[in-house]
Ligand binder design. Sequence first.
Ligand code: GDP
Ligand code: MN
Length: 378
Amino acid sequence: MKIHEYQSKRIFAKYGVPIPNGNVAITPKDARDIAKDLGGRVIIKSQVLVGGRGKAGGVKLANSPEEAEKYAAAILGMDIKGLTVRKVLIDEATNIKSEIYLGITNDRARRMPVMMVSAEGGVEIEEVARKTPEKIIKAHIHPLLGLQGYQIRDIAASIELPRKHWKEFGVIASGLWQAYNESDATLAEINPLVITDEDTLLAVDGKMLIDDSAIFRHPDIAEMRDIDVEAEAETIAREHDLSYIKLDGEIGCMVNGAGLAMTTMDIVKLFGGSPANFLDIGGGADAEKVGAAFRIILSDPNVKVVLINIFGGITRCDEVAKGVLEAIDEVKPDVPMVVRLVGTNAEEGRKMIAEADMITAETLADAAKKAVAASREA
Ligand code: GDP
Ligand code: MN
C-alpha cells in the first residue's frame, strides 16, 4: 500500500527524523491560511501517489500567502501521470545547500533489508543506479540486530558527509530504519534529505510503501488509505478479497487459486497471447465475488477477450456460472468469453452457460488457444 508524502513524513517524524513545518490543504484558501501561519515562504506540493512530481510541475515555491493560494489553485485538480491532485502539502520553504538520497528497501536476493545512500540526491535513484551505480552506497541490515552504529559511520564516511553532520545523520538513519521496521514497510525513502543553509539536516520529501500482508497489524496506517486516488478496480478487489494485479496484455483471466492463475497465464503466453491480469477469486467464491471479479476485468479497456478457467473443488462451478451470468446481465460485455469449467458441479455449470453466447473449452490448452485466437480476431 502506498501512502502520501505528508503521511510518510509524519511517521518519520515520530522516530526523530526532522521534517519541515507544514500542513495539508484541499482548497487554495486553506493553502493561503497555512502559508500565512508558516511565515509566507512555502513550498506547495501535490500529494499524488507517483514520483517525479517536481518535473511534472506539481511542486512550486511560493514567496507569499497570495502566491501560495495562486499555486495551490493551479496544482489542485492537476493531472499528474493519470492521477488527479486533490490535496497539497504546504511546507515551510527550505534553503538547500545539498541533497542526499537515503532509502531502505528489501533486498530479496540477500533476504535482508538494505539501506541505500547517495550524495547525489533529489533526482530519481533509478537514474543514479543506471548511470553511476558506484555512487550508491549500500548497507545490509540484519533484521534482528538492526542498523548498527558502525554501519551509519561507514555510510557517512562513504558519502563524504562533513563530520559536523554525523550525529544528526545517525539519528535520521536509525529513525528511518525504525520507521521501516516497525511499520512493516517495503520501502522508506527520504529523497532529498537536505543540508540546509543553516547547516542542519532536513527530510523535505518522504515516501513509504507498506507490505499489504501486514496492514492488519497497523490499523493507524490502514486508515491512511486514500480510496480517492486508488484505481477503482483495486478498491473493488480489496473489498471482495480478490487477489488482482493488472498487467499490460489483452486476455482477461478469471481463475480460482494462485497456482492455477499463474499456470493459466503461462499457457496463454505459450500460445502467443498476453494476459491482462492476474486474478485469483480464491476458494469457495460465490456468485457475488465472481460478479465483482468480472466487473474488474471488464473495466480494463485493453481486455479483448475473457478467459474463465475454474477448477471446481470448494468453489462450485454452478456458483461461478451463476455469477458470470448475473454479471453479464449487468455489465453487458461486448468481448468474447472463453469458459472452461471442471470439477465440482461442472455439468450443472456448463448447462447454465450453454444458452449464453460463450465459447466453451474442454482443456486448459484448448481454452488458451481459443482465447488467443479470439483476441487476434478482435
Ligand atoms: P518529487 O519530485 O516528487 O520527488 O518531489 P520532491 O519533494 O523531492 O521535490 C522535488 C525537488 O524540489 C527537490 O529535489 C528539491 O530540489 C526541490 N524542493 C523541495 N522542497 C523544497 C524546498 O523547500 N525549497 C527548495 N528550494 N526546493 C525544494
Ligand atoms: Mn523526491
